[in-house]
Ligand binder design. Structure first.
Ligand code: SER
Length: 652
């Protein structure tokens, strides 16, 4: 009988609980708390960083734990997005099974238990297992990991295997684990499994760390002993720790696909397990298409894929992205325009576009309808998913609907950009063919550049149709084209610069002015007041007029300033905004004929002020309600209040 995914998860945890008194702890959220260096929780060890650093004591007795941690690798140092759907074993969301020692046991126990679980209990033939050990090059941190080598060697010999074949040396890239540029780190030993039908250790060994889906890493044992400092040095930690991470979906794949390590005739895939099958069945029911478990060759030309291959990839990408999005939203991160929120929006838009391959569209949306299936499968282990099911579904539905409004038009625009590009390129190629450059490398380079999808077009798709750049890159890759990324990045930077400048302009102008003047505020009782002009500060395109009295509320704390008019003896001047400068209030007006000492009447636009007041009040009510309904820790991060709407940012 083959083990189900939930059996495998449970057996891993129970092994460490029963064998060596590890406390089983729940997964932390998929977004790290208090760690600005990480976009998402990308490894099981993230939540335990304070214990490794010694700034907090692990609350377990003995100080050991085991868990399954929700991980997302879709941005930052560890990012697997590009591989998803094309191979059998990369995901943006995955579970990492781990056992942890916080200053307690070290290499001997960690390696012996890993061996016992995988070889003795689960039955992986020892000759199909490769263990890698750290072998630094000159200038790399630390020394050759002789201790780990010796422990592995004794275990392999006990099964009649040759350590010189089964143990692989790895450099700093593969065998010195770091969670990011800084943080706890150390040498590691990875367990790679030979999945070739013949299982020949000598040839299988060459596949280790070679991007082969016939020899994959399933478990990484990290021996944490340093902290990577911001200045690039490695500080020895006060105690030594163990951090192990087993790819749960990979473990399910090799156990289930080989029928408990007895049949290696077909290539295992994480997708051919009960982790993904229910989602595929639902997608089949919704789309009327059938999932076929086929994969392209590594690096194959995407423009030559068959429809069947494209459909298989779309199934996998959608299932993967559904998991990433659902777990993140359940943990309180919404798709948005910045940082990790934008990573989610990008992933969602990618998924919606892959949905086109399965026949989904604005008239036939699909994403929200998959949530119930995922919750049925995983809501037991991760109750937060079940509790937030409605929010997850609604968010996916809204985001899909909103992108559907521009996706098809954008795709059409993309197609016409590509045909223009290809015809220009053909013309250019024929010119070059007739009179080639003397230097043939230059010829090739010119041809390559003439086939580039321009940064301007990529920016247009981004700005007008909401195409994240990786979506455009993907579309281009499918047509055998590449995007001029430096060109795109330059336009993005210019746009960001413009919006930063626009945001700053008023505030900077107000900050540039200094005044001792004091303005009396009478705006709670009145909509207009007679006032005397005390100071006039000419700016590039406006006058900042300070008066002795005002009824105008100034822009402050995210609330829009009042607008209205200033009546002089013979003129009515529009006031476009109000700013506070020290104790004075400045009314912003266009260049006009006024002078210090003039008497004016200030009348605010009361019809605009009332909804601003209402939104201001509603902000307080909302803040109160969030404390009542969401959580007492719902903390205001910022807000924006104007006549049309309010926005309230909070963390919880
Ligand atoms: N930190 C290691 C990894 O993520 C082992 O948990 O691979």
């Amino acid at each position: 009988m083959t083990l189900s995914a939930s059996d495998i998860r449970r057996r891993f945890l129970e092994f460490f609980q029963d064998k060596a008194a590890h406390e089983i702890v729940p997964s932390s959220p998929s977004v790290p708390h208090d760690d600005p260096t990480l976009l998402f929780t990308n490894a099981g060890m993230n939540p335990f960083v304070p214990y490794f650093l010694g700034v907090e004591k692990a609350p377990y007795s003995p100080p050991r734990a085991a868990d399954t941690q929700k991980c997302i690798r879709a941005g930052g140092k560890h990012n697997d997005l590009e591989d998803v759907g094309y191979d059998t074993y990369h995901h943006t969301f995955f579970e990492m099974l781990g056992n942890w020692s916080f200053g307690n046991y070290f290499k001997k126990e960690a390696i012996a238990w890993a061996w016992e679980l995988v070889v003795e209990r689960w039955g992986l033939p020892a000759h199909r297992l490769y263990a890698s050990v750290y072998a630094p090059k000159e200038g790399d941190p630390g020394n050759f990991d002789q201790e780990a080598y010796d422990i592995w060697a004794a275990l392999f010999i006990s099964k009649g295997c040759d350590p010189a074949v089964q143990i692989v040396h790895g450099n700093v890239k593969d065998n010195f684990w770091m969670m990011g540029e800084t943080g706890p780190c150390g040498p590691c030993s990875e367990l790679h499994v030979d999945l070739t039908p013949e299982g020949n250790p000598v040839t299988g060994r060459n596949l280790v760390n070679n991007d082969s889906d016939l020899c994959i890493e399933i478990w990484n044992l990290v021996f944490i002993q340093y902290n990577a400092e911001a200045d690039g040095t490695f500080r020895e930690l006060p105690a030594k720790h163990v951090d192990t991470g087993m790819g749960f979906e990979r473990a399910c794949s090799i156990i289930q696909n080989t029928n408990g390590f007895t049949d290696f005739s077909k290539k295992p895939s994480n997708y051919a397990t009960d982790v993904f099958q229910p989602i595929f069945r639902k997608l089949e029911a919704l789309s009327g298409k059938t999932y076929v478990n086929i994969y392209p060759e590594l690096g194959a030309d995407r423009s030559l894929f068959t429809e069947e291959m494209k459909t298989a990839i779309a199934f996998r990408v959608i299932a993967d992205h559904l998991r990433t999005l659902s777990f993140s939203i359940a943990d309180g991160i919404m798709p948005g325009n910045n940082g990790r929120n934008y990573v989610l929006r990008r992933i969602l838009r990618r998924a919606v576009r892959y949905g086109r391959q399965l026949g989904f569209s604005g008239e036939k949306p699909f994403f929200g309808a998959l949530v119930a299936t995922l919750v049925a499968e995983m809501g037991g282990v991760f109750p937060e998913l079940k509790n937030r099911q409605d929010v997850v579904r609604q968010t996916l539905e809204q985001e899909e609907t909103s992108f559907n409004q521009t996706l098809d038009r954008g795709l059409k625009e993309f197609e016409s950009m590509v045909s223009a590009l290809l015809s220009n390129h053909a013309e250019y190629a024929s010119v070059l063919n007739k009179s080639p450059k003397a230097d043939s490398t230059l010829n090739d380079e010119l041809l390559r550049i003439s086939r580039q999808f321009s940064g301007v077009n990529a920016f247009l798709l981004y700005d007008t149709y909401g195409f994240p750049i990786d979506l455009t890159e993907l579309l281009c890759a499918e047509r055998g084209l590449e995007v001029d990324m430096p060109g795109f990045n330059e336009l993005m930077e210019q746009q960001q610069e413009r919006s930063r400048a626009a945001q700053k302009s008023n505030i900077v102008r107000a900050l540039d002015i200094s005044t001792e003047a004091v303005t009396e505020f009478l705006g709670f009782e009145n909509d207009s007041v007679e006032a005397t002009i005390l100071e006039i500060h000419p700016q590039e395109d406006a006058l900042f007029v300070i008066t002795d009295k005002t009824v105008f509320y100034a822009e402050m704390g995210g609330q829009a300033g009042d607008t209205g008019v200033m009546d002089t003896d013979d003129n009515q001047i529009e006031i476009t905004g109000t700013q506070q400068i020290g104790k004075a209030r400045a009314h912003i007006i266009p260049q006009s004929q006024i002078a210090v000492g003039d008497k004016v009447t200030l009348k605010l636009d009361a019809a605009r002020r009332r909804p601003i007041e209402a939104h201001h009040t509603a902000t307080h009510l909302l803040h109160w309600a969030l404390h009542e309904i969401v959580s007492a820790d719902a903390a205001q991060q910022g807000s924006s209040v104007d006549e049309n709407r309010l926005r309230f940012d909070f963390n919880s």
